[in-house]
Write a new protein. Structure first.
Length: 374
């Protein structure tokens, strides 16, 4: 059975060039980057070269890139330090953020008694900017706004430049979860003065266990961990050099091939939409003007089909994910879809199909056949 992977918003396969680069480091540059001998200096040089490469692609300085294990760690660190050390007394976010943000905000509210406001989400899945302005203008407390660039479930896209401008107009800091868009969209942080970005390598064909935070120059955060001088003293612990090098290589290749791969994926997504509409005329797309590699669809299937849809597709070797209904035996609607769908539609199966340049139209045809079988 040929397996078909259409869940690239969850994670992506490693590019062969990334694997080769990491294997070379594992075999030949195993030194501790904190050591002063040649083995250590070689490892340190690889880390700093990787940092400069990542910074170049994002239009920032290498000093503004801090390596972490993933974006969840980076988000926890940034939000916690802002509240605990830099006097943020209020956080504005939305109810469709990734749980890495939502759970962190709830914990900070519990620990430090900060105010938390949720900006409204419009029926099309986008942020209500008029409500954001109302929230920002209603309270003089030191405020952080944290909103994601591309929603991981429905693919709606935030205007980072506009959001940054609004936040700074009201002297608020802006943290943006760019996990789904780093490596898949252009960034020029010299032009867009966002304060914080976070990323995970495994979302752009790099290794799991590697990520980074962008922290705007002039903002001084306290360390995540203590015990060493790694990462400018902000993240103690011996660096995983092969992971960092693999991440930098993955990002380099993603931007080198961006126009070609983006064009291919857009064509693939449009083909998938056409085939779904042709075979299931009552289908609805969740969200509007969504990112080019994410498609979330509400299927015109009965409620009782919901629980088994992923299982049946998986039995056919097709990997997708569901934005609604039961997992692990319990029915729990998606917190994202709950904000934009009616209660009746929430009970129906919604499917997230997320594409990569490795996918083909033949795989889309197989997905359609699998859904028709259900």
């Amino acid at each position: 059975m040929n397996k078909i992977y259409l869940d690239n918003a969850a994670t992506t396969p490693l590019r062969k060039e990334v694997i080769d680069e990491m294997m070379n480091v594992l075999q030949n540059d195993f030194g501790n980057a904190s050591s002063t001998h040649s083995f250590g200096r070689s490892a340190k040089n690889l880390i700093e070269t990787s940092r400069k490469s990542i910074a170049k692609h994002l239009g920032c300085t290498s000093q503004e890139i801090i390596f972490t294990t993933n974006a969840t760690e980076a988000t926890n660190w940034i939000l916690r330090s802002l509240v605990k050390d830099l006097g943020v007394r209020r956080i504005i976010t939305s109810k469709i953020e990734h749980h890495a943000t939502l759970y962190t905000v709830k914990q900070l509210q519990k620990e430090f008694g900060i105010a938390v406001d949720y900006v409204s989400i419009l029926p099309n899945g986008s942020v209500d900017y008029s409500h954001l302005v109302t929230l920002l203008s209603s309270n003089p407390d030191k405020t952080l706004v944290t909103l994601m660039h591309v929603n991981n479930e429905i693919g709606t896209v935030l205007d980072i430049a506009k959001t940054t401008s609004i936040c700074h107009q009201y002297n608020a800091l802006f943290h943006c979860d760019t996990v789904q868009s780093i490596g898949k969209a252009e960034f020029d942080l010299a032009e867009i003065p966002v304060d914080f970005l976070v990323a995970s390598a495994h979302k752009f064909y790099g290794p799991k266990g590697a990520g980074f935070a962008f922290v705007r120059k002039g903002i001084v955060l306290q360390p995540i961990f203590y015990g060493g001088e790694q990462e400018k003293g902000l993240r103690a612990g011996t660096e995983a050099v092969h992971q960092i090098v693999g991440m930098a290589k993955a990002l380099e290749l993603s931007y080198e091939k961006l126009n070609e791969e983006r064009s291919y994926i857009i064509d693939l997504k449009n083909y998938c939409i056409e085939q779904m509409k042709s075979n299931f005329p009552e289908i609805k797309i969740n969200g509007e003007n969504t990112f080019y590699n994410i498609l979330n669809v509400l299927l015109p299937f009965s409620e009782e089909k919901t629980a088994m849809i992923l299982f049946n597709l998986d039995m056919k070797g097709i990997a997708v994910s569901r934005g609604s209904a039961c997992q692990s035996g319990s029915v729990k609607p998606s917190h994202v879809l709950a904000e934009i769908l009616t209660e009746e539609d929430l009970k129906k199966p919604s499917l997230r199909v997320s594409f990569s340049h490795y996918n083909t139209k033949e795989e889309i045809d197989a997905l359609i056949d699998g859904l028709k079988g259900i």
